[in-house]
Design a protein around this ligand. Structure first.
Ligand SMILES: Cc1cc2nc3c(=O)[nH]c(=O)nc-3n(C[C@H](O)[C@H](O)[C@H](O)COP(=O)(O)OP(=O)(O)OC[C@H]3O[C@@H](n4cnc5c(N)ncnc54)[C@H](O)[C@@H]3O)c2cc1C
Length: 359
């Protein structure tokens, strides 16, 4: 059987990857989507909105993260792969979805090769790898949030076991939030704890003022590391900073209520937000010469093409969604960037490009 060479391979099936895949298949392209949701715990950020309904995503009026992820899958399933003729050429269009955590991306002549671990990871069992070839690739793998170092179990094998208690409360109405713009409305005029350090965390406090003026910053045992200018505003706005280490969560079922601190005191709040930074899902790009910002997010041009160190587009490589550098992107932006990337990847495959006028 002839080896399949896809027109567009999309890494990730969040809103950015889904939209890129749908837009490319709408341009009659044969699209492969590799998503790690079932073979790893990297399920995309929207998934973690476990009991909080996402209220500001287009077309989905109030939907939890797991249901949103299912709807995105259904949307892609509605475009199965079919054959069609273009002139005398037999072609394929549609979306093929495969479980796979992409671990490596390499160039082989005009093609891009993806290596993916395609079975659920099991202790002591070797990885099962599959290889795919495509003319273009859209990187829509997003990032993971860094979680607070509370009741952290360093010996546990997996991230989710290491942060087991944190995850119990994450993504719930009365649990850990990671995005003030997304979940601030749940705590209007309520007392909000914000965990993090440096001027960076003051950005979250600035965002919180749309919802409440009762804010406490917790540094979890670290010096606050805020500049004098920020500290002045913090004092003017009566924001309390507590530098004591947090010993454990106090909660009921999946509701987080407060913390027992290392000095034995207990602190209670209505809402909890953490911003300790992010981990970009780009390990498979190791060895590539591409531009990224100080957080590791990809710098792309207006056509969502990835750029090399000289600012030149890297042929065949596009990016979309949260993984793209910029002000924190949300779902609607992920759809928009996904559409741009899907269309640009499709356009790059055209046989004829606009003639260059040499007169
Ligand atoms: C708790 C929470 C609540 C939120 N609430 C809102 C809200 O109310 N409104 C809003 O607009 N935004 C909200 N957001 C933000 C929103 O979820 C993100 O902006 C959006 O999901 C980004 O879309 P994306 O497609 O770029 O990335 P993601 O949704 O993160 O998707 C990334 C995809 O890549 C896959 N992946 C990662 N690595 C690999 C790999 N190596 N190989 C294969 N696949 C891989 C993942 O499985 C996933 O399918 C929230 C985020 C969180 C965490």
């Amino acid at each position: 059987m002839a080896e399949t060479i896809y027109d567009v391979a999309v890494i990730g099936a969040g809103p950015a990857g889904t939209q890129a895949a749908v837009s490319a298949s709408h341009q009659m392209k044969h699209v492969l989507v590799l998503h790690s949701g079932k073979v790893s715990f990297s399920r995309g950020r929207a998934y973690w909105s476990k009991s909080v309904e996402i209220e500001d995503a287009p077309v989905f009026p109030g939907i939890t993260g797991p249901n949103f992820a299912k709807e995105l899958m259904k949307w892609m399933e509605s475009r199965p792969v079919v054959d069609f003729m273009l002139g005398a050429e037999k072609r394929k269009t549609g979306i093929e979805m495969r479980d796979g955590l992409v671990t490596k991306l390499t160039r082989n002549g005009r093609l891009l090769e993806l290596e993916a671990s395609s079975k659920t990871l099991k202790r002591h069992a070797p990885l099962e790898m599959e290889r795919f070839k495509s003319r273009t690739v859209v990187v829509a793998s997003g990032f993971d949030d860094k979680w607070p170092d509370i009741e952290f179990q360093p010996g546990a094998e997996r991230l989710y076991k290491q942060y087991a208690t944190v995850f119990r409360y994450a993504g719930n109405r009365k649990g850990w939030h990671v995005c003030i713009r997304c979940d601030g409305h749940l705590h209007v005029n309520e007392h909000l704890a914000i965990l993090g350090v440096g001027d960076y965390i003051y950005d979250a406090a600035l965002g919180a003022q749309d919802f409440t003026d009762k804010i406490t910053i917790l540094t979890n045992g670290r010096p606050h590391r805020m500049s004098p200018a920020v500290l002045k505003q913090v004092a003017e706005r009566n924001i309390n900073i507590i530098e004591t280490k947090i010993k454990r969560h106090i909660g009921e079922k999946t509701d987080l209520l407060g913390f027992e601190m290392a000095d034995g005191t207990e602190l209670y709040f209505h809402g909890f937000l953490v911003d300790e930074g992010l981990i970009p899902n780009t390990k498979f790009l190791e060895g590539w010469d591409y531009q990224k910002d100080e957080e590791g997010l990809i710098i792309a041009n207006e056509d969502m093409q990835m750029l090399d160190r000289h600012g030149e587009p890297i042929p065949g490589l596009f990016a979309a969604g949260d993984i793209v550098s910029g002000e924190r992107n949300l779902i609607a932006t992920a759809f928009a960037l996904g559409q741009e990337a899907g269309l640009s990847a499709s356009d790059s495959l055209r046989k004829w490009q606009y003639p260059i006028d040499s007169s």
